[in-house]
Design a protein. Sequence first.
Length: 335
Amino acid sequence: MTLTNPTSGTTGAHRGARRPGTGPAVAVIVLVALAALIPLLGPSPALHDTGEAAAPGTGGIALLRTVLFAALAVPVGELFVRRLLRSVPHAPPAVPRNWSTVANSVGFVAALGLACVVATGNLVPDSLAAIDVGSLYDSREGKLALLEVNAFLAAALCAASGRPGSQVWPLAAVVAAEALRAHPETEYTPLIGSGLTLIHLVCASLWAGGLLYALRTMRAWRGSAAGAVLLGLYARVAALLLVALTATGVCSSLRRMPPESILEQLTDTAYGRVLLAKVILMTGVAALALWARIRLARAADPLSARAPARAEAYVLALVVAVSGLLTALPVPIRW
């Protein structure tokens, strides 16, 4: 039998120290999931009584964007945490299996699906004959869609090669293309909007993907004290990521919903409703992150911080889903 910490007490004591954290973590997940339930059902509930109309295929586009964001976060998080591993003293040699190749391949399929939507005039194609691939080269949106497809394919090949670190460059191309796509040239100061989105997307990918890989690494280390050290290193960076996410999120929201009308639009527009759900979810994520950090610093067994950290990862998955839906809804831009 292997004890988590032979000097701190019996095995039973360790089990008792971890169980109390499970109940509150589940409660937080349930509460924040209920807050985001209506938007997660799709665009129809969010659009109800707003007077807005969603484009055909909005639900499918939201799903593809959710998959794309998740596929981007996994390899970015792996690269991030593997760099942190160099700073963990006496780290066990075991590391989780690389998910980057699969994630990038899934991202390639999602990006290809979105490119097909662009090639049919931003409509979900009902047949292969409806897809005009050549039209992708005639528009800025089409070229960006092709860039994402090629970048994910290149990232998958890099991840499967002997130099997986090289996938950082095609992944950076995906982030840049997505940031530019989110802010068309017809928008007021599109470069500022693209810059905010780029920072927001990078920080979100590092946070969500990094937490996932950190938890997988702790599981592979089977209770080693180095796991708490790794989670502590991640938590320090995550605090800075939260600040950047909050700042860029607030700035982006104010650009699309002016301060004098933001409260009204949070309840009267589909975009505002889903954005409000995302804010509630992120508040829950921040609370769980703080809880995990307190446990790391004060608990008799720092590894008990895994319970709130796992709950944080589950809620972050909901945030990704809400973000995917948010990108497919009509934006209430008012200049």
